[in-house]
Design a protein around this ligand. Structure first.
Ligand SMILES: [Zn+2]
Ligand SMILES: [Zn+2]
Length: 145
């Protein structure tokens, strides 16, 4: 459940709370939200390397170390200057649950991508990144998580 009692940030006691939080953040009740799960070990917590200028994100599994550049970020990764993100709320943890929100056009393709993140230590909810998708189809991009 999302706890909205603090003014500066909200927290969620489960990874699933990212879904509701992203829909509120993006003001899109119909947003599809999918979890990022490690393909190697099935774990759902990651360290994040993010470049907020280039809109690029790579996750690294906190259990087995498998890395994955998400969605269409491969295309800009060479030019990106990603930084490892420490939680801005607790200022200690580098481990997050991550979910991806897809805002869709009427024809079903994706028009905007949102990254939702939840600190696994202090449970603060946030979004490091969102970006516009200006091409179709988007099926392959959506599956690349
Ligand atoms: Zn793993
Ligand atoms: Zn934290």
């Amino acid at each position: 459940m999302i706890d909205t009692s603090r003014e500066e940030y909200w927290t969620g006691d489960r990874p699933e709370d990212i879904d509701e939080w992203l829909r509120l953040y993006a003001e899109d009740d119909n947003m599809d939200v999918v979890p990022v799960i490690c393909h190697t070990c099935g774990n759902d917590s990651f360290e994040l390397k993010v470049d907020q200028e280039e809109d690029a994100i790579q996750v690294k599994c906190t259990e087995c170390g498998t890395r994955k550049i998400l969605l269409d970020c491969d295309e800009v990764w060479e030019d990106a200057r990603p930084r490892l993100r420490r939680c801005p709320v607790c200022k200690k943890s580098k481990s997050y649950n991550v979910r991806v929100g897809f805002a869709r056009r009427e024809n079903g393709s994706v028009k905007w991508v949102y990254i939702g993140n939840r600190c696994t230590s202090c449970q603060a909810l946030g979004s490091y990144l969102d970006w516009k998708i200006n091409y179709e189809p988007t099926d392959a991009m959506e599956r690349n998580i």
